[in-house]
Design a protein around this ligand. Structure first.
Ligand SMILES: [Zn+2]
Length: 192
């Protein structure tokens, strides 16, 4: 797995937080968030009350655990703020659900949701109520691709539009179980 740009961390991170909520029926606490970051090979460089700061070669990451939400800001270490993303997880009282979404700092260029749809989990039944398309990123000789598991692909295919790029909202060109997006330049692969 690679985490170069904010998107390459934001998508797998949202997926893992969603899986945590599906399993535990609640948002992760501070220590659990630390454990999640460690799964990505990222160690904190500074701790303050309610806030954790992480640094990698390419990214600066701020993690806040609020009373009823988790906010994770992912900023390129170059300071290129237009690429910055925010992962937010919160309880939506009106929906009776826990929601995880990826919000671009610069949403002028973007039409739609990163990951097609936010993660929406019914708080009572702990069932996934939306159709998010999330995965992790891998690099090979063809470039960098979003890799999604078969379960996600089958759900996406049966309930959504597989022509839409989950990264940028552009149009995907499929060849078998591989796709390429001419708009954002990422590939997409189905694994498993
Ligand atoms: Zn795209």
């Amino acid at each position: 797995m690679i985490t170069y740009d904010p998107i390459t961390l934001a998508m797998p991170l949202s997926k893992v937080i969603g899986e945590f909520i599906l399993e535990n029926g609640r948002l992760p606490e501070g220590d659990e968030l630390k454990g999640i970051m460690r799964r990505f090979g990222i160690e904190e460089s500074c701790l303050d009350r309610g806030m954790m700061v992480y640094r990698t070669k390419f990214l600066v990451i701020l993690v806040f655990r609020g009373r009823e939400n988790v906010v994770i800001d992912i900023i390129p270490s170059t300071g290129e703020l237009s690429d910055a993303l925010e992962v937010i997880a919160y309880k939506d009282k009106k929906l009776g659900a826990v929601v995880v979404e990826i919000v671009p700092a610069n949403d002028l260029e973007y039409e739609g949701n990163i990951g097609i749809e936010p993660i929406i989990i019914d708080e009572r039944t702990l069932e996934l109520e939306s159709n998010p398309v999330l995965g992790h990123f891998e690099e090979d000789e063809n470039g960098i691709s979003l890799v999604i598991d078969r379960k996600t692909y089958e759900r996406w295919k049966s309930r959504g539009d597989v022509q839409t790029c989950p990264i940028c909202g552009g149009e995907l060109a499929w060849e078998g179980e591989k796709a390429y997006c001419w708009d954002c330049g990422y590939g997409l692969r189905v694994k498993g």
